[in-house]
Design a protein around this ligand. Structure first.
Ligand code: ADP
Length: 161
């Protein structure tokens, strides 16, 4: 069986992430979305909340699973017996970072293939961090995330004010 992981912070999942997951799920027999428990940046949603938001978003994709993980991504890939790691590439922002990550991943786990899918035009400028900024200021983010994610963002920011 071809198994791929799609790792990230997903704080929270956006339509850009969902598009990459949907397309990767057509290529691989099983896709496991891996949620970094403790990313190296400020986090709005707990790892459990992020997992639940993703599970609801991918409920219609039968070959997609969601798990959280800590430590090295390659160890997570080994644990779930993945042959590939999927990442999304936006036009300018991601290339250098993803290239470095691909080189390091290859060094640590040579059998794992690093597969980048290009972001669709409409999601090229969508990131979780910009989304959170817009949502925190009351911006309309309804087109950029699934409905339950928009609701969760509104609740978070209401609770904070
Ligand atoms: P990280 O914490 O690793 O930066 P993110 O949760 O921000 O991860 O994103 C996970 C993956 O999804 C990364 O490969 C990132 O480039 C990709 N991604 C993020 N936003 C988009 C988008 N709008 N379109 C396509 N891919 C995206």
């Amino acid at each position: 069986m071809t198994i791929a992981i799609y790792p990230g912070s997903f704080d929270p999942i956006t339509n850009g992430h969902l598009d990459i997951a949907t397309r990767a799920a057509r290529v691989f027999e099983k896709l496991i979305i891996g949620v970094f428990e403790t990313p190296n940046k400020p986090i709005l949603f707990s790892s459990q909340e992020r997992v639940e938001l993703i599970r609801k978003a991918v409920a219609g994709l039968p070959n997609v699973e969601v798990e959280s993980f800590g430590g090295l991504t390659v160890n997570f890939a080994r644990k779930v017996k993945a042959q590939a790691m999927v990442r999304g590439l936006r036009m300018s922002a991601d290339f250098e970072r993803e290239f470095d990550m691909a080189m390091m991943t290859k060094k640590l786990y040579p059998e794992l293939e690093f597969v980048c899918l290009m972001s669709r035009m409409e999601y090229q400028f969508l990131s979780s961090s910009l989304l959170k900024e817009a949502a925190s200021l009351g911006g309309d983010i309804d087109d950029l995330v699934p409905k339950h994610v928009a609701d969760a963002l509104k609740q978070k920011f209401q609770a904070k004010t």
